[in-house]
Design a protein around this ligand. Structure first.
Ligand SMILES: CC(C)(COP(=O)(O)OP(=O)(O)OC[C@H]1O[C@@H](n2cnc3c(N)ncnc32)[C@H](O)[C@@H]1OP(=O)(O)O)[C@@H](O)C(=O)NCCC(=O)NCCS
Length: 185
């Protein structure tokens, strides 16, 4: 079980969908600039959020209007499957281990499932214990090892999850409510 970050009160966090460049891009890019180890391009970020805004979720601190976490994804046909892809997941250092990453990922997966995804894939550094644990607890399995995948020279695991989502994802039926809520949007 994650130890809740002492600086974060989950009651003050709203999970919102990305709206548009003016409202949300400065918040998302500031968080990515501050927290990501590999350089990223704003053009790549725009490609994802402009094409699949319904698969981009943010964790907003209501008391400070700060964005403390974001997930950026896409969903496309791949061979005969509809394949979701998590391009980016990042949580502010001061808000880690408060389940924001898990909640963002659940929302993105629920939105993918609502849009007919068959599977979801992503890459994570083989040394990224936090990310591997988070994804594995949501039902992802290790599909392949990709040698020297990152600029740093580190290997990656390709992780894969097959839909439908396991009902035990949050243990108490809330995920189904989430999928149904997202379907209605
Ligand atoms: C990876 C990351 C998104 C996790 O976000 P988070 O909000 O702290 O994660 P959660 O609080 O939802 O934790 C989920 C699980 O992972 C575990 N976990 C999280 N960070 C961990 C760490 N550094 N080491 C070990 N376990 C960790 C939690 O204990 C929890 O486990 P549990 O389900 O058994 O209780 C965050 O550390 C981050 O932004 N890292 C930098 C960017 C990054 O690596 N992104 C992922 C790229 S693939």
């Amino acid at each position: 079980m994650a130890t809740t970050s002492p600086q974060i009160d989950p009651k003050n966090i709203d999970f919102v969908r990305y709206e548009d460049e003016d409202t949300h891009m400065p918040l998302v890019s500031a968080l990515c600039d501050a927290e990501l180890s590999e350089p990223y391009s704003i053009f790549v970020l725009r490609y994802f959020v402009n094409n699949w805004p319904e698969l981009c979720f943010m964790a907003m601190d209501r008391t400070t209007s700060q964005c403390l976490g974001v997930i950026v994804c896409k969903l496309e046909k791949h061979r005969e499957m509809m394949r979701g892809y998590v391009a980016m997941l990042v949580v502010d250092k001061k808000a880690r281990k408060a389940r924001l990453g898990s909640e963002l990922t659940k929302r993105a997966l629920a939105a993918m499932q609502a849009k007919g995804a068959d599977e979801c894939v992503l890459e994570a550094e083989t040394t990224n214990e936090g990310a591997l644990r988070l994804y594995q607890s949501l039902g992802f399995i290790r599909d392949k090892r990709l040698s020297r995948y990152y600029l740093s020279g580190t290997d990656a695991y390709r992780l894969k999850l097959l839909f439908p989502l396991p009902s035990q994802v949050d243990g108490d039926g809330h995920l189904q409510d989430l999928v149904e809520g997202i379907e209605k949007l």
